[in-house]
Design a protein. Structure first.
Length: 141
């Protein structure tokens, strides 16, 4: 299967940016869950505040962040980044299914495109490789 090869600097910048944004989201979900729920656009449209659920998703975002951070600095992190991309893709699929099933409206969908779907696609781009030059020049262990 072919995947998109990005220039090494772009690959690293994109991967680090995704990782940092997921880490920031996770920290807010874990440390300030009520503020996160009230402040992040579209979240309150999905249902009532649920501390345990917010913490569950927060740790999933933290794990995704770690997987992508590892990938940003080493081709050996690709499997962890693929798992991160899998979570993000499945999370995005849940949002799409909710929209198609009528469980949320188009206002939620507009927010989801930027905050859920786009990050999932970008993670899928950077996770499997994307940086062939770095992979070729990495020391073999």
């Amino acid at each position: 299967m072919r995947h998109l090869h990005l220039p090494p600097t772009l690959h690293r910048v994109l991967t680090v940016t995704l990782s940092a944004s997921f880490a920031a989201n996770a920290v807010l979900m874990l440390a300030l869950p009520r503020w996160w729920y009230d402040s992040v656009p579209g979240v309150a449209l999905r249902g009532p505040f649920n501390l345990h659920f917010i913490h569950d998703i927060g740790v999933a975002y933290l794990a995704a962040s770690v997987g992508l951070a590892w990938r940003a600095w080493s081709p050996a992190g690709a499997p962890a980044a693929l798992v991160a991309a899998l979570f993000l893709g499945l999370h995005a699929a849940v949002h799409v299914v909710d929209l198609l099933a009528g469980r949320c409206g188009w206002e939620s969908a507009k927010v989801d495109i930027v905050s859920v779907l786009l990050p999932a696609v970008l993670a899928a781009v950077v996770a499997p490789g994307g940086n062939a030059a770095a992979a070729r020049s990495a020391p073999r262990t």
